[in-house]
Design a protein around this ligand. Sequence first.
Ligand code: ASP
Length: 374
Amino acid sequence: MSNTHDRDVSPEPDHGLTRREALAVGAAAALGATARLSEAQDGVAAGHRPVAVASKNGLEAVGRAVRRMEAGLSPVEAAVEGVGIVEADPDDVTVGYGGLPNSEGVVQLDACCMDGPTMRAGAVGALEGFKHPAAVALEVMRRTTRVLLVGEGAARFARSLGFPSENLLTERSRKIWLYWKGQMSSIDDWMTTPEQVQDPDVQWFIKKFGAIRPTGTINLCAVNADGVLGGTTTTSGLFFKIPGRVGDSPLIGAGLYVDGEVGAAGSTGRGESVIQVAGSHTVVEFIRAGKSPREACLGALDRLVRATRMPYLLDTDGRPTFDVKFYAVNPRGESGAAAIWAGAKYAWCRGGTEPELRDCASLYPTPPPWRKDS
Ligand code: ASP
């Protein structure tokens, strides 16, 4: 089965490079060496730290993480503070407060964090009622000798530390969930009314995400001025998931991995596929083997696509019917990101600059036919 054809290590056309940086990229391109080109681009940030990279929804978050590192916070703490912006934002229905619920209308959140120097990690899975799961994960890391707490145990832990408990299901997310229930099938008890379809919140959802079952998350990886690494991933997970389903996001090695001497990497996208190849750990291992962060992300995606064997996950050309993105940074401050499909963006910031969106490299040269929002 050939599901890896048409690969494209696409150059990143507009990175706001300085003239010297652009010349370095141009020189590498002139050599005709794709890998060299990638490294020149990834290397733009070399020697300039702190740096934070995140999924596209983390534009503000990378700015805050960089500022917090400049103020002396460790990278893992700065990362958790950064993603707190997105967790609190009801308009991001993929993370934290306002996240889309599971199939029973309950918001269940997953998150983890990892600290490079100590290799310590904390995580929570299927946490209900607390809008900052990454901060709870940080406390698991700080205050316990354990890594992962789930469900009611994770909620009790958060409660015992004084995290405020609240209803995370916003009116918008509740309406979208009810719309989804009505759309599910013609042989169950739920229908969609015309008023439901016309509802502005439901229209917003249809316009933004389309007919497919979308997903979303924020991952943020950070390196401070001393080359110290940390990261976090936080999500409400797959929309309308089976209650109790946990994806890659809270799993160390899957949704996040940080080796203080090598690199930090995280993922967004179809969690089960990331879990199957220990995706973020794989990215870090590629960095250890000498690849740039961007090439390492592409290497892990290549492995993931080769491991995608089930026909229900493949289109007629043998390509995945989903997307996954990896984001990575190394201790030198070099960073990169890649997606299976073209057209995706990621957020990037380094000390002294404004946060910006950059193009992810991709395995395939075209955007997926089903993409509404990258
Ligand atoms: N990785 C998340 C999950 O599988 C969803 C996403 O990032 O889109 O739960």
